[in-house]
Write a protein of this length. Structure first.
Length: 326
């Protein structure tokens, strides 16, 4: 049930967002300023034969990972992680997988949690959560390296920007392999979370931090991209491409390596060609891999029901919340 106070608070929040929107420069002004710091251009949908020529007959590989938790509060928790790399052609192999299960009650896992908590000066529960995210990133990177070595694709797409991965030791090996094999490495970002474009364009609003998602909302036309890189780079020395590839007014982003700038436009045209026009702007092959690898609540419960004895589940992992209504 909702009381009148929480509804009134929500309406006040709505009033704030309406006021916030009124302080924005117009679309025309934002667009003019964006063109001063980014190369704005149009994408092109390739025909089937053009896609084959652009990829030089090599596969497109998408890599994604997923994780899910089961149990109560820390440390009575099980975390399952899996990753998938899948090729768009019938290569051999056409898919690679990896998976692992972690629990803080495992002494080896707890030793890692305790060390991470001390190093980062956080509670063990927070250290555990971050450690599981790092475990998944390591798994995705290792699988991506293996995919490069065995499938040798034209392009390898990661689910997420480069900043999610480049702090891990496997990153340098992945980049070296990609450059050596002339494979275009792309980090696809569905939810843009940076906050650099507004200050880069000089259109700052006093007292407000404007994130790139809202700055770009409705700014790009369908099939249009804005490339930021070089001296204007917002993520180390990477190229970042903001693009409106679907029907929604929200932009997505793609990261490219600084040494692969010459591949950027052909690669973006290829990615655009593989993106449904009426979708949310994510290439269909990456979406397919995401759906296949995803661990949801139902699959996690099935894993636990089939993998753990009832007595183990009851003693260590079944929370009182689950017993409500029994």
């Amino acid at each position: 049930m909702l009381n009148h106070e929480i509804l009134a608070a929500t309406r006040r929040l709505n009033d704030y967002f309406l006021h916030r929107d009124s302080l924005y420069p117009s679309l025309e002004i934002r667009r003019q300023n964006l063109q001063q710091c980014a190369q704005v251009g149009s994408l092109r949908r390739l025909k089937r034969q053009e896609i084959l020529e652009a990829s030089r007959g090599r596969a497109l590989v998408a890599v994604d990972g997923s994780r899910a938790d089961y149990g109560g509060i820390y440390p009575y928790n099980v975390c399952a992680i899996q990753a998938l790399a899948r090729a768009s052609t019938e290569s051999e192999p056409d898919r690679l997988t990896d998976a692992a299960v972690y629990c803080p009650l495992d002494p080896k896992v707890y030793a890692e949690i305790k060390e991470a908590a001390a190093r980062n000066r956080v509670e063990e529960a927070e250290a555990y959560r971050k450690l599981m995210g790092e475990k998944m990133a390591h798994m995705e990177l290792k699988l991506a390296i293996k995919a490069l070595q065995t499938i040798k694709p034209y392009m390898l797409m990661l689910d997420g920007g480069f900043l999610l991965f480049d702090r891990f030791p496997e990153w340098d090996e992945l980049v070296a392999e990609a450059l050596n094999l002339d494979c275009v490495l792309v980090g696809v970002i569905e939810e843009v979370a940076t906050s650099d474009l507004c200050s880069l364009t000089g259109l700052e609003v006093p007292g407000m931090r404007i994130y790139d998602r809202e700055f770009l909302f409705g700014l790009l036309k369908p099939g249009e991209m804005a490339v930021v890189g070089g001296e204007k780079a917002i993520k180390r020395d990477y190229y970042t491409v903001f693009a409106r590839m679907g029907s929604t007014p929200q932009a997505v982003a793609c990261d490219f390596l600084p040494g692969q700038g010459e591949h950027l436009v052909p690669a973006m045209n290829l990615i655009y060609s593989l993106t449904p026009p009426q979708g949310r702007g994510i290439p269909a092959w990456l979406d397919l891999v995401d759906r296949e690898v995803r661990l949801n609540k139902k699959s996690m419960e099935s894993l636990i029901m089939n993998g753990l004895d009832p007595a183990v589940r009851e003693r260590f992992f079944k929370s009182n919340r689950e017993r409500r209504g029994l």
